[in-house]
Design a protein around this ligand. Structure first.
Ligand code: F6R
Length: 239
């Protein structure tokens, strides 16, 4: 049986520290690694710790999971902006080696096909960090009766729009669509680290503990992967 490994931490800071250690080890072991990155509140602590470790990012490449659509990279709520702020501007990564889906692409379908081709060209993702929605979404693969394998345009569920509205001045300003890597793109990563913090993620975490896989909770597909580590805090684990 392939089993998800769980690391239960006391709090958010310990979770961030454990995750940063895994990323640091990856970067040292292979300074040309392709890192799969996520945005949102959860990985902020990990990025800030990683940035303070003096690691050499000069040959690292990164691909982000998703981006709102449509959105300008200059918009402070765009995921491109988030990555520049929280990580890229703080380390010696070559910005030309950092990839986030283009929220301004005129042809979104073409952007999706090109994003998958790009991941292939890079040789796949060595280490992917994920957050999780309270509804069990990963990337923007929202609960549904069927999921997509490749990068695609998706509509955000009302609960995700509401959850993400905390960053915008009003719910109306949250883009209702996103470009996201699909399930196969995520599951093709060689190693996956899923970070889960806070009581409101307890139900999503619980769905990872049993043996069931369902598109109603997209993260349960991670049970099919050989190398997934969930790093969570007590609040998420105990609920
Ligand atoms: C972000 C992403 C999303 C978030 C999830 C949790 O790139 O792919 O799946 O990881 O919505 O967001 P936070 O961390 O803000 O609770």
């Amino acid at each position: 049986m392939m089993e998800i490994k769980f690391i239960i931490c006391n709090d958010y800071d310990e979770m961030s520290h454990r995750a940063a250690e895994i990323f640091a080890a990856q970067i040292k072991e292979n300074p040309e690694s392709v890192l799969g990155l996520a945005t949102g509140s959860t990985p902020v602590g990990m990025y800030s710790e990683l940035a303070s470790m003096g690691l050499d990012f000069s040959r690292i490449k990164s691909v982000n999971l998703d981006e709102y659509y449509p959105i300008s990279p200059k918009n402070e709520n765009s995921y491109r902006y988030f990555m520049n702020e929280n990580l890229f501007s703080k380390v010696n990564i070559n910005i030309n080696n950092t990839y986030v889906p283009n929220g301004e692409a005129a042809d979104a379908e073409k952007e999706c096909r090109e994003y998958d081709a790009l991941i292939d060209r890079l040789g796949g993702i060595d280490l992917q960090v994920l957050g999780i929605g309270p509804n069990g979404h990963i990337g923007f693969n929202e609960p549904d009766t069927e999921l997509f394998a490749g990068t695609h345009v998706t509509s955000l569920t009302l609960s995700t729009v509401e959850a993400n509205s905390r960053f915008f001045s009003s719910v109306d300003e949250v883009p209702k669509k996103a470009i996201t890597m699909g399930m196969s793109s995520i599951l093709s990563a060689k190693k996956i680290v899923l970070l889960i913090s806070g009581k409101n993620k307890h139900a999503a975490l619980k769905a990872l503990l049993d043996d069931k896989i369902t598109p109603a909770v997209p993260a349960t597909f991670l049970k099919l992967h050989r190398d997934v580590t969930v790093i969570c805090d007590k609040a998420a684990y105990e609920g």
